[in-house]
Ligand binder design. Structure first.
Ligand code: ADP
Ligand code: XUL
Length: 505
């Protein structure tokens, strides 16, 4: 029986979803939290407490996770020899720096040995900056100045120069370690790096994830010579080509075939970013559905036919893996902020469940930016108007603050949703889902699949294998639980919250 396989290498875990191409149903799902791989000192998937606020991950962790997860899939009896197409996604913006010979190394892997040790010594930079790194403000300013202003960068790439985006991160590496940069022959995104491991060769960067680099010309769907020149020397030679997400980029490598029993004719599609892939997995790749993903970051996104940019410079336009564009706002203080607040209160997730039904005074406004925030740009610091409230009320005020911050993004996106589709690890919490329904004033629906990014990747693979998109969406993206909004007086609190936000600017 033919199957399509999707991977998602997110901030905190690597997941896989398998689809049966005859029934168009999910047959298998598995997730590996990166914290299980204890050799990499990354309980949450990244290296904690680096100097100067840098946030990097160990790329060897992503490699080891792929080997371990596929082994577990094989041991659990997944029909790997029946997989006819594979795609995947990765956390956006993160970059991997490789010396000359990466592709040659991949082409000659020994199937008797795991992947990690065979790639030792190939990294020209030991660690990979990820999306949580906000240390490149100087480089963003330099790139904008060279191009003639932030709006020029935005018009070309879909976003103003942004700290976590790959271009400014590459420039920072070039400035901080010119020799390391000179020793780098290839720079991959997390997505294209993982895809390279599957095909045993350099994989391209798709237009969805490529748009999160400040290096790709959105209209031309190719590298922008001006952006490249403003970022670092000889950059064109170090980047893989840009490709539409729908164009197969190879077949599975001999290493995968011989080690795990994949069929050598199984095709692989370029990986995309986790958000673009989630757009597909939520059945939102055609304009109409608005998605909120409550993962490590909280994001709000939707498909759009015309690119629309954020006047505040915090929102983005990316390529939609099924064609056209998508709009996205990313909040850094997502799940990790909820966890920090939960721990500060000495509570557990049940307090967040209870928050759904808590009533609040109009003045209960919380600005929930535990760590430095990127949307809007604000230094970290929790601001709670009333700490004498009961715990579920304090949690509700905190969650409303998070939801208000996403709600106000709808303005520049020109979106008026009639329903919100919720995904990500925190979406299964009914109290959190209820607060989002109340704040947006529309029903909130959730899909049964826990990882919409991996599902979206599997759906893209299925489409390449011939499955009709509408049938996949009908079969896999129907909501299985809907929460109706209640009237808890949020409009008045929204006004107060906006005032509190502006006062803290
Ligand atoms: P990512 O894809 O960014 O790696 P996930 O979408 O898997 O992240 O979400 C992981 C987060 O989900 C965890 O950090 C955790 O805070 C949150 N989470 C898991 N279960 C719950 C719950 N019951 N209530 C609230 N948040 C939860
Ligand atoms: C999007 C962003 C995050 C990462 C991690 O711009 O930075 O959502 O993709 O999920």
């Amino acid at each position: 029986m033919p199957h399509a396989l999707g991977f998602d290498s997110s901030t905190q875990s690597l997941s896989a979803v398998l689809l049966d191409l005859d029934t168009l149903r999910i047959t298998h799902e598995l997730s590996l939290p990166f914290g299980e791989l204890t050799d990499y000192a990354s309980p949450r998937g990244f290296l904690e407490n680096l100097s100067d606020g840098q946030v990097h991950a160990d790329p060897r962790l992503w490699v080891a996770a792929l080997d371990v997860l596929v082994q577990r899939m094989k041991d659990a009896g997944w029909p790997l020899s029946g997989v006819t197409a594979i795609s995947g996604s990765g956390q956006q913006h993160g970059s991997v720096y490789l010396k000359e010979g990466f592709a040659a190394r991949l082409a000659t892997l020994d199937p008797a040995r795991p992947l990690g040790p065979q790639l030792e010594g190939i990294y020209s930079r030991a660690t990979s900056p990820i999306w949580m790194d906000g240390t490149t403000s100087a480089e963003c300013a330099e790139i904008a100045a060279t191009l003639g202003g932030a709006e020029v960068v935005c018009a070309r790439s879909g976003s103003v120069a942004v700290e976590r985006f790959t271009g400014p991160q590459i420039r920072a590496f070039y400035k901080r370690d010119p020799q390391g940069y000179a020793d780098t022959a290839r720079i991959h995104l997390v997505s294209s790096f993982l895809c390279s491991l599957l095909i045993g060769a350099d994989a391209p960067i798709d237009t969805g994830d490529g748009a999160g680099m400040n290096l790709m010309n959105l209209a031309a769907e190719d590298w922008d010579a001006g952006l490249l020149a403003a970022t670092a020397p000889d950059l064109a030679a170090k980047l893989p080509p840009v490709s539409p997400a729908s164009k197969p980029c190879g077949t599975v490598s001999a290493w995968l075939v011989q080690r795990f029993g994949f069929d050598p004719s199984c095709i692989v599609l370029p990986f995309s970013g986790d958000n673009p892939s989630s757009l597909v997995g939520m059945g939102a790749a055609t304009p109409g559905r608005v998605v909120v993903s409550l993962g490590t970051s909280d994001t709000l996104f939707a498909a759009m036919t015309e690119p629309r940019t954020d006047p505040e410079g915090c929102g983005h336009v990316f390529g939609n893996p099924l064609g056209g564009y998508m709009t996205l706002a990313c909040i850094r203080n997502g799940s990790l902020a909820r966890e920090a607040f939960r721990d500060q209160l000495g509570a557990d997730w049940s307090a967040f469940e209870a928050a759904g039904d808590a009533d609040l005074p109009e003045t209960a406004t919380t600005i929930p930016f535990v760590a430095d925030e990127i949307t809007p740009k604000r230094p970290g610091g929790l601001s709670e108007a009333d700490t004498s409230l009961a715990t579920p009320q304090r949690v509700r005020a905190f969650l409303e603050g998070q939801a208000f911050n996403l709600l106000r993004q709808l303005e520049w996106m020109h979106l008026k949703p009639t329903e919100l589709c919720l995904t990500g690890g925190a979406s299964k919490n009914n109290g959190i889902a209820r607060v989002f329904a109340d704040v947006f004033g529309v029903p909130v629906s959730r899909l049964s699949v826990s990882n919409s990014a991996a599902l979206g990747a599997a759906m893209r693979a299925a489409i390449a294998a011939g499955a009709p998109t509408e049938d996949l969406v009908k079969s896999l993206c129907a909501s299985d639980s809907t929460i109706q909004p209640t009237d808890r007086g949020t409009p008045a609190r929204y006004g107060n919250w906006l005032l509190a936000l502006r006062a803290g600017a």
